[in-house]
Design a protein around this ligand. Structure first.
Ligand code: NOJ
Ligand code: CA
Length: 556
């Protein structure tokens, strides 16, 4: 399907975290049978590509991000034949498919690690990072970054959970294995990869101790954008080039200048990168320190990436994925569910770049509130609960988990109002959010002004306008705490996007460039529909936006 790689610039992606997407065989676990049945739904949404979070065999210590076999499908999700069926059908429907490539680490149950831990002189001994003495690094997901292995009599490095030993990418044999994995999936016909924590795969020689006080932050300089990263990335790029495959890197803590080294120039090794700045408008890191939401922080992050990549590289646009709580619960308001869900869609779907929609986001799924830590499944949430703020009461620690847990994005997708939200006929592997009775796909499909139908509209409008796809971005009123106002312009055509993050009606004043010019209302999330397509006068005195109102205007 890949004549050219540039398709990604006009595409909208949909991320599937399969375990909670749709159970097709009644065992309570989402799978590729369920995905197959929902491909037409994805087409009806207007998306052009799927990113599958890991589908591979995995002991699920980190739900798929701990892989024990890279060239297979987890039996709970189906098999390679079923994957091929999904891939072929998706292609028939004009939907491309990218896989998650997780090669910073494997599962400790991967045969390479099983061998590696046996001794220091077998063919897999140097596939991982072994030391007689650990350094002082902490892991991102679980305790210290080193674990002692009795059989080998040494410590292995794990930047994430204990069951996720880091691969030694300096070993050329490991890089050959990565290239084999790329080829395996590319030969099956996939269109590219989302590359997990790819900026962490090259570590500084000697693995020096961190001198910083904060865990993780201090040592990150020794493994983020490490000394050989661009050489290794080039090797992988060469393989992907043979297939015109798209490569999207996940870049935790990445800065604009380090991202541009992957995205531009002769050594360009990635087509896009996921940055995280806009994910910290209400926290320090999603799982650690929660703060009140500040629109100005969000706008600053969006604008920084929009301006800095203009004419140089291409942005990814996202509000949700499997690593963050639901965005209505964070940046919007569960009370103003429909209004804030649609407004948030407007705020990011008209930016310049490639939008990603995470499963359930298109119907405005919200955070889950569980009554005990034992009901949560995520290793990171449990680590957070048992490691930080231990002097606080259980209630306040649980409240923190409620605000920050990755599990809020991992509850089953709410398909309809029947038992288990139509996700499964068996017992779902994880709690279904009780709000499924009012928040579900079937209901929203039938309601013209639902969040779901609004997403469909946004995608259609975006894809039919060169200015909205390729036009330059400009932000107005960046210090305003209530409104996010930006424009997109190309060849004399300009769109103005106005989003209110306020809970009350507030007057809006048009940026002075637009005063006195007629504006046509293209889209709004309030019952101003009758006025859509009409000349619109925002200049009338006392014009006020409703709570969480959003508008897209074409300036003529
Ligand atoms: C980023 C993934 O998105 C996350 O889910 C995972 O825990 C870490 N990388 C480690 O693989
Ligand atoms: Ca199943």
């Amino acid at each position: 399907m890949n004549e050219s790689r540039d398709w990604f610039k006009t595409a909208v992606f949909y991320q599937i975290w399969v375990r909670s997407f749709k159970d097709g065989n009644g065992d309570g676990i989402g799978d590729l049978y369920g995905v197959y049945d929902k491909l037409e739904y994805l087409q009806s949404l207007g998306v052009n590509a799927i990113w599958f979070s890991p589908l591979y065999p995995s002991p699920n210590a980190d739900y798929g991000y701990d892989i024990s076999d890279y060239c297979n499908i987890h039996p709970e999700y189906g098999d390679l034949d079923q994957f091929q069926k999904v891939l072929d059908r998706a292609h028939e429907l004009g939907i491309r498919v990218i896989m998650d490539l997780v090669v910073n680490h494997t599962s400790d149950e991967h045969p390479w690690f099983v061998e590696s831990r046996k001794s220091g002189d077998n063919p897999y001994s140097d596939y991982y990072i072994w030391r007689d003495k650990p350094n002082n690094w902490s892991s991102v997901l679980e305790g210290k970054a080193w674990e002692y292995d009795e059989s080998r009599g040494q410590y292995y490095l794990h930047l994430f959970a204990r069951k996720q030993p880091d691969l030694n990418m300096d070993n050329p044999k490991v890089r050959e294995e990565v290239k084999k994995i790329l080829r395996f999936w590319l030969e099956m016909g996939v269109d590219g990869f989302r590359e997990d924590v790819i900026n962490f795969i090259s570590k500084k020689e000697g693995l020096p101790n961190s001198l910083g006080i904060l865990p993780i932050i201090g040592e990150m300089r020794y493994y983020k954008d490490g000394p050989h990263i661009h050489e290794y990335m080039q090797e992988f790029r060469d393989v992907c080039n043979e297939y015109n495959a798209v490569q999207i890197g996940e870049g935790p803590m990445t800065t604009v200048s380090s991202a541009l080294k992957y995205l531009t120039g002769r050594r360009k090794s990635l087509d896009m990168m996921f940055s995280f700045d806009h994910m910290t408008a209400d926290c320090l890191f999603t799982e650690y320190l929660h703060l009140p939401f500040k629109l100005v922080r969000l706008k600053k992050a969006f604008s920084k990436w929009q301006y800095s990549l203009e004419g140089k590289a291409w942005n990814t646009l996202y509000l949700e994925n499997h690593d963050h709580p639901r965005v209505i619960s964070r940046y919007g308001s569960e009370k103003h569910h429909r209004e804030s869900g649609t407004m948030l869609a407007t705020a990011y779907l008209f930016l310049k770049g490639t939008p990603f929609i995470y499963q359930g986001q298109e119907i405005g799924m919200t955070n889950i509130r569980l009554s005990s830590i034992d009901q949560y499944k995520d290793v990171s949430s449990k680590n957070n609960f048992y490691t930080y703020h231990l002097k606080d009461s259980i209630e306040s620690r649980l409240h923190r988990i409620h605000l920050s847990s990755r599990d809020s994005s991992r509850t089953p997708v709410q398909w309809d109002g029947s038992r288990n939200a139509g996700f499964s006929e068996g017992d779902p592997w994880f709690t279904v959010n009780p709000n499924y009775v009012s928040v579900n796909v079937a209901k929203q499909d039938a309601e013209a002004d639902s969040i779901l139908n609004y997403y469909r509209q946004c995608i259609r409008i975006r894809q039919s306008s060169p200015a909205l796809l390729f036009g330059e971005y400009r932000e107005y009123y960046h210090g305003d705490p209530n409104f996010y106002v930006y424009s997109r312009s190309l060849d004399g055509e300009t769109y103005l996007i106005i989003c209110s993050f306020a809970r009350e009606r507030l007057p809006v004043i048009l940026p002075k460039q637009f005063r006195g010019i007629r504006c046509r209302l293209i889209l709004t999330n309030y019952p101003r529909e009758r006025e859509q397509g009409r000349e619109y006068d925002l200049h009338s005195p006392g014009f006020r936006l409703y709570p969480y109102e959003a508008m897209v205007l074409r300036i003529s």
